[in-house]
Design a protein around this ligand. Structure first.
Ligand code: FAD
Ligand code: SF4
Ligand code: SF4
Length: 399
């Protein structure tokens, strides 16, 4: 536990520290600063004091880094089904574990989960932790946090990956805070610094203008949440000889602070962009909102979903749930057709893992061509009607 105190002899009562405290915990008493209970030891006041009158001493507890081994993937389940993002994390985790010559483990929390053992055993993982309890059937912040933290403290993994979904974003920071370790949220790529045996976690920063590579050099485990759909999923091999570790935690319902009284599913007729195999996206190059009819028509012809750049969403041409990119959805379809989209980095991070990217843009220098599988330098108002006419003339239109 850290400590903080005012060195009375040095404090001049200048009051500079008072507005610096984000929690309004400093007041002046008899001409000297006084810190009230509740201090988070953020250090803001220390930096502000011109007389070095505030002494913040942090507990220095050296972490034995080599005691932490292996890569863990948290298997997100909903209603007992393992979510697709888990298999993307497993593929990334396998590469990291191989680079470190360590094991890869998958952690599944749930209830009545025996059939999931067989499902996960088809994948090339080394260990499967099954933690079973009726109170873990659905995600509950407090129980999941407690069970996961206890497991980590006992087995000491080196790296932990969670999906950057609503569940992962809720669970990961709580776990990291309890373990007093670092967490990089929303990573778009992961690598290993082999020399330092550190996880290099890359994510967009400063409004997406740069890609930041973040490391956790002094604490363990190293934790990251990863955006769904930016990595390719692991494929089953049916050769896995994974060790299965079954655990049953001691949980009591009276310890639960939050009660789930019901669930209401949002009803929507909109095609789920993240699940679509074909996406036709339109950008500012469409010229005007009415021209989105070209994109919708092509999407109908190909059986795909409609995507959009942020520029056209901001302009009100199309609702925001169509937006692809850093502040929109991350997609990984088999075919992504970008029409009149320049390919700004913030758009690319949301779609560059697509299998095939076709870009239609009249500017041959547009950055979208750097990642396109096929580039068509043409005015989309000329090209799209011709393409659709050809498609309609084929026997099935979808072939
Ligand atoms: P423009 O950049 O204006 O490009 C239009 C393109 O159309 C040009 O390349 C032009 O050559 C071409 N064109 C014009 N006329 C024609 C024609 N007749 N035929 C063919 N081509 C034509 N953007 C996103 O998309 N998703 C995000 O999630 C996102 N998040 C962001 C987050 C932050 C913090 C910031 C700062 C920005 C974000 N952006 C995002 C915005 C991004 O930086 C770009 O501004 C945006 O993607 C540009 O959209 P656009 O390609 O439609 O428009
Ligand atoms: Fe306030 Fe932070 Fe100073 Fe504590 S360390 S008194 S929370 S500014
Ligand atoms: Fe005292 Fe430093 Fe605060 Fe000034 S800034 S009141 S010297 S503790």
């Amino acid at each position: 536990m850290a400590t903080i105190k005012i060195i009375s002899d040095s404090c001049t009562g200048c009051e500079k520290c008072i507005p610096a405290c984000p929690f309004s915990l400093i007041k002046l008493e008899e001409g000297k600063a006084h810190i009230m209970p509740g201090c988070t030891f953020c250090g803001a006041c220390v930096e502000e004091c011109p007389f070095d009158a505030i002494l913040l001493e942090e507990e220095q507890k050296e972490v034995e880094l080599s005691a932490f081994r292996g890569v863990w993937v948290f298997a997100e389940q909903r209603e007992g089904e393992i979510m697709p993002a888990t298999f993307e994390l497993l593929a990334a985790g396998r590469k990291l574990a191989d680079a470190l010559v360590e094991s890869l483990s998958v952690i599944f929390l749930g209830d009545a989960i025996d059939e999931k053992v067989d499902e996960l055993k088809k994948y090339p993982v080394d260990r499967i932790f099954f933690v079973s309890h009726p109170l873990l059937a659905e995600y509950r912040t407090s129980f999941y946090t407690r069970v996961f933290v206890d497991l980590i403290r006992e087995f000491k993994p080196d790296i932990i990956l969670l999906a950057a979904t609503s569940m992962g974003r809720d669970l990961a920071p709580r776990v990291a805070a309890r373990l007093k370790t670092g967490l990089t949220a929303d990573c778009t790529s992961l690598d290993i610094d082999k020399e330092k045996r550190c996880l290099v976690q890359t994510r967009p920063a400063f409004g997406g203008n740069i890609m930041a590579s973040i490391v956790t050099p002094y604490h363990r485990p190293q934790m990251a949440t990863v955006r769904p759909k930016v990595m390719r999923p692991m494929q089953p091999t049916s050769l896995s000889s994974a060790e299965v570790i079954k655990l049953q935690p001691d949980l009591r319902s009276e310890d639960e602070l939050v009660k789930i009284v019901g669930k209401i599913k949002e009803e929507t007729n909109v095609v789920d962009l993240q699940e679509a195999e074909i996406i036709i996206s339109g950008g500012r190059g469409l010229g005007r909102p009415e021209n989105f009819s070209l994109i919708r028509e092509l999407a109908d012809l190909l059986g795909g979903a409609v995507g959009a750049s942020r520029a056209v969403v901001d302009a009100g041409w199309i609702p925001s749930y169509h937006q692809v990119g850093q502040t929109g959805k991350t997609v990984q379809p088999k075919l992504y057709i970008a029409c009149g989209i320049s390919g700004a980095i913030q758009h690319q991070v949301g779609m560059r893992s697509s299998d095939v990217i076709v870009a239609i843009n009249k500017d041959p220098e547009a950055p979208i061509f750097n990642i396109a599988t096929y580039g068509i330098v043409e005015d989309l108002n000329r090209f799209l009607p011709v393409l659709m006419e050809k498609l309609k003339n084929t026997s099935s239109g979808r072939s």
